[in-house]
Each structure stands twice: as C-alpha cells, then as structure tokens.
Design a protein around this ligand. Structure first.
Ligand code: NAD
Length: 353
C-alpha cells in the first residue's frame, strides 16, 4: 500500500492518495477539518473521469461534512473518502479490506462510513482492518441504517418551514412533492401521509412509485416533472444538483425542504430562489439526522434520549436560521454558512489559546 500526502489546498488539513497494486485500490481521503473532532464522512465508490475528478469530489464532500457536523452541534470534523472503480470491479472484499488498511494508517484522524456506492457488507470488510469505521449493522454500539433518522429530521424541519411560510406547522391538507422514494424518501412519505398530507411523488424506480400510489394514495408524476408540481413543499430526496440553471425557474412550490445532499448545483442558486420567493431550507441542516445516528455509534452513546435531543436541535437550528434570514433579508444558506464559520472559528481560537 502506498499512501501519499498531496499538497493541493491549504484549506484542508490533509488530502491523501492511497493505492495498492495487489488489490487495484485507488482511493482518496480528504480531511477538511478536525477543529471539532475526528473527521467523519462516508466512503463513496464510483467510476470517476480521472484522478483529479475523484480527488475534487472527495474534497468537496469533506468540506460539506465539516459544515454538516458543526451545524448539528456534534464534536466531529469533516472528511470524506472516494474509491475509484470501473463499474464492473466495484467493492470486492479484498478491495474493501485494502481501503480499511488505508483508513487505519491515518490513525483515527478520519472515520469512514457507508455512502453512495458502498454497502453495510463493504463496511464489515473495512471493519476487519480498522476500528475507524461507523454505520455498522452489528456490535454493541452499531447504529445500522441512518435513513429513518434522516427522514425524521427532514419531517421535523419541514414542519418548521411550513410554520415560517404559512404560519402553522400542520401538514393536514398540505401537498408535498417528493423526488425520490429510496431509503429516506419512502420513510418520509409514510410520515407525511400519517399526518394528513397529500403526496405527489416521482422516482425512476417504478416499483417505488407504485407502492406509494397504492399504499399512500400518492399521485405519481414523471421524474422530469416533479419539481414543477403544484405543491406547498418540494422535497428533493434523490440525487444532488436538483436546483440548477434550468429547474430553478420552474420550481412551483414556495418551500424546498428535503434530504438530498448538495441540492443547489451552484451556491448562487440560493439567491435566485430567494428572488423568486422560494424558501430554501439548507440541505446540510435538514438532512443531519443521518450523521446524528452515525455519531451515536462513534461517540458510544446508546441512549435514545441522546439521539432525540440532537434531532430536536436540528429543527430548532433551522427555525433560528430562517428567522435570522427573514429579519436580515439574507438567504438561509448564507446565514447557515456564517453560523458554521462562527462555530469553527470560536473552537479554533479556543484550541490555540
Ligand atoms: P437511495 O439511493 O435509497 O434513494 C434514492 C432514490 O432516488 C432511489 O429510489 C432512486 O431510484 C431515486 N432516483 C434516482 N434518480 C432519480 C430521479 N432522477 N428522479 C427521481 N428519483 C430518482 O438514497 P437515500 O439513502 O434515500 O438518500 C437520498 C438522498 O438523501 C441522497 O442524496 C443522499 O445523499 C441524501 N442523504 C441520505 C441520508 C441517509 O441517511 N440515507 C443522510 C443524509 C443525506
């Protein structure tokens, strides 16, 4: 295993390239910040268009994890790993074990977990080589699938957003358009249905939309139409980049609140949404339930109270952000980012004092 520290961007505490000829591993670990604690973030595995694209993805995602962990009030920093694979060669046990040795060599400055392209089984292989892994399915503090907790956080935040926009937190009679009925989206629509919301849904997986139509009386629309649906809230719960140059002018709902990471294709979209009068709830605030669940395992907290208190804090923080944004005529994204910058700088100052 060859591990090289790359000198690419002083904003990052470390960017590492790990390669292993025997297993074919090529991976990058980006540690953005450990100001609040060890850098935590999942391991993404996919086919990248070259090493530079993979490294940049790891760095972009690591920075976002610093923001998410800080905003969630967790004593954790931000990091991320990516493994470059050909579509066909993804995730052999040998490859995952080699990645585990790469993580182990970083001595706990980075803790990995499941992400897009990796599975609980992959993490079990990683865990055979390092203790710096979370999101496991078994063991005394194993946190399992974070999706139900993420969905709960989104649900609570949506209720805060309804209050901010319509003056009451009630779902009854409201129409929610949900893009993506995967682990989080499906759990979310079930909660919304229980609270009396009308549902409009889209997914490229027909089985998921059929289930939502039959079980929850959801109206199904084509995936390319969901953002245009006439609804009170649009909830992106599929992939990133949903709000882009093309869609931003077509979004019909006055509120966006969903689970997907990186919903804004570029940061400027936040201002365009504000100009259009659309209330955008910053994704990394809204979807922090998953990392709270993972943190429970890392911090060896096994009481539900610990998790519930931090879940409630997510929606309280969103309420505070929306109130400040409204008062100061700023985008919620800008307010959230400033809040995180303040948390990080006060911790860095305390560390150096
Ligand atoms: P998932 O893979 O289980 O579900 C994604 C769903 O989106 C799938 O059903 C897929 O078919 C669908 N989809 C893909 N492309 C689509 C399109 N163009 N239009 C409509 N649907 C489409 O993922 P998940 O775990 O439910 O996560 C959803 C999003 O939330 C992701 O962006 C993820 O990064 C983010 N997130 C998830 C968690 C978590 O705890 N799982 C935590 C934080 C953030």
């Amino acid at each position: 295993m060859l591990i090289e520290r790359l000198d690419v961007n002083p904003e990052f505490e470390g960017v590492y390239r790990g390669s292993d000829a025997k297993t074919g591993l090529l991976a990058f670990v980006a540690i953005h910040s450990t100001a609040l604690g060890p850098a935590v973030g999942g391991c993404r595995m996919k086919a990248y268009l070259g090493e530079r694209a993979a490294r940049q993805d790891a760095m972009r995602l690591a920075r976002a994890m610093t923001y998410k962990n800080a905003a969630a009030g967790l004593p954790l920093g931000g990091g991320k790993a990516v493994i470059c694979v050909d579509e066909a060669s993804a995730g052999t046990p040998e490859l995952m074990r080699a990645f585990g040795r790469f993580v182990e060599a970083l001595n706990g400055r980075y803790i990995t977990a499941e992400d897009v392209g990796t599975s609980p089984e992959d993490m079990r292989e990683v865990a055979s080589q390092t203790t710096y892994v979370a999101g496991l399915q078994d063991g005394p503090f194993a946190s399992g699938d974070p999706s139900p907790v993420t969905a709960m956080g989104v649900f609570e935040c949506m209720s805060v957003a309804l209050s901010a926009r319509f003056g009451a937190p009630d779902f009854k009679g409201k129409t929610i358009a949900v893009q993506g009925l995967g682990h989080v989206g499906m759990a979310l629509v079930r909660m919304l249905h229980r609270e009396g919301a009308h549902l409009i849904v889209a997914d490229v997986n027909r089985g998921a939309t059929r289930l939502a139509a039959a079980e929850l009386d959801a109206r199904v629309v084509p995936p390319e139409e969901i953002h245009k649906a006439s609804a009170d809230v649009f909830a992106p719960c599929a992939l990133g980049g949903t709000v882009n140059d093309q869609t931003v002018h077509q979004i019909a709902a006055p509120v966006i609140c969903g689970a997907a990471n990186n919903q804004l294709a570029v940061p400027d979209m936040a201002s365009v949404l504000m100009e259009r009068g659309v209330l955008y709830c910053p994704d990394y605030i809204v979807n922090a339930g998953g990392i709270v669940n993972v943190a429970k395992e890392i911090l060896r907290e096994n009481s539900d109270d610990w998790c519930n208190a931090r879940l409630r804090a997510i929606s309280r923080r969103l309420a505070e952000i929306l109130a400040i944004a409204d008062r100061e005529h700023r985008t919620p994204t800008e307010v959230a980012n400033d809040m995180v910058a303040e948390i990080l700088s006060s911790r860095t100052q305390r560390k150096t004092a």
